[in-house]
Design a binder for this molecule. Structure first.
Ligand code: SF4
Length: 290
């Protein structure tokens, strides 16, 4: 016989479901286990974007080191299988509602948000930036000082490195969409706390549903763990193609991590090359100077 859910927990769940319903979200997903990380045997490569001369200014939380090469395993199977809430509107009704959504509407819904404690220290809400029709979305964890000041994501030194990475892929920032899990700067650039992520991430999910990218790249552990709803370390699945709500998702290291650990830039470049192959991108041709 199944264990009964305690009344207090049930009330909390119901309250949370009502909150999500207010946001127009009625689809939920469950982590059904983490696949073994497929480890590439490819040799070390150097990234075509520099990391020297840049200083970290935000998101300083260290992320796990990559696994040492060992054995190649078969292509990973999707590990995030969607499940649909058993009651309420049908899947198709929910999807239709999402289709009616739009980025300006989501920003309007956020308003002058005070839903979590991060509002107390923010200067500007950092909603997101880029093409609403982007095939590629980059997701970080939260704004830093420069982002909080300008109201734009990834504009500090880590942002400059991300821009160089995007350009090395043969794209411009305007071709992709860039956003964060939380829209307000955590104090002292600390990682967002679980309650802040839980409160703010529905807006991120709506952004993704509107943009409908082919590929999502999670920059760092917070973004990856939020979308995949896992507590596994990023090194266990970094660089692997995963399926998330019918889309391809890859987690790689945050540019701020590369500022502290330039040796990891080759790993990230290998990850981005997989993304380029998936999207049919070619790196820009270098112009020769005499
Ligand atoms: S982080 Fe998100 S939920 Fe929290 S105050 Fe800012 S916009 Fe609102």
């Amino acid at each position: 016989m199944a264990d009964r859910v305690p009344q207090s927990l049930q009330e909390k769940i119901e309250e949370r479901l009502r909150y999500y319903e207010d946001l127009g979200i009625r689809l939920f997903y469950r982590d059904r286990g983490t696949p073994k990380a497929a480890v590439s045997l490819a040799p070390e490569v150097s990234a075509p974007f520099p990391t020297s001369g840049l200083q970290e200014n935000s998101l300083p939380k260290p992320i796990a080191k990559p696994l040492p090469p060992k054995a190649a395993v078969a292509a990973p199977t999707p590990r995030i299988a969607p499940i649909v809430a058993p009651s309420g509107p049908s899947l198709f009704e929910s999807v239709d509602k999402i289709k009616d959504d739009a980025l300006p509407k989501i920003r309007e819904d956020i308003g002058d948000c005070t839903r979590c404690k991060l509002h107390k220290g923010r200067n500007k809400i950092v909603f997101g930036d880029g093409s609403p029709k982007a095939e590629l979305v980059f997701i970080g964890e939260g704004p830093g000082a420069d982002e909080d000041y300008q109201g734009l994501p990834f504009v500090g030194r880590a942002g400059k490195l991300l821009t160089q990475m995007i350009e090395a892929m043969g794209l411009q920032r305007r071709d992709v969409y860039i956003c964060n899990v939380v829209k307000c700067r955590p104090p002292e650039n600390r990682a967002p706390e679980p309650d802040e992520v839980t409160t703010c991430s529905p807006y991120l999910l709506r952004q993704i549903d509107v943009i409908q990218p082919k590929v999502i790249v999670c920059l760092g552990a917070v973004a990856a763990k939020t979308l995949l709803e896992t507590t596994r370390g990023i090194s266990q699945f970094r660089g692997e193609w995963l399926e998330w709500r019918g889309r391809k998702l890859m987690a790689t290291y945050h540019p701020a991590y590369l500022l502290r650990n330039p040796n990891a830039k080759g790993e990230v470049w290998k990850d981005l090359q997989k993304v380029m192959a998936e999207l049919g991108l070619q790196p820009p041709k270098k112009t020769r100077t005499s």
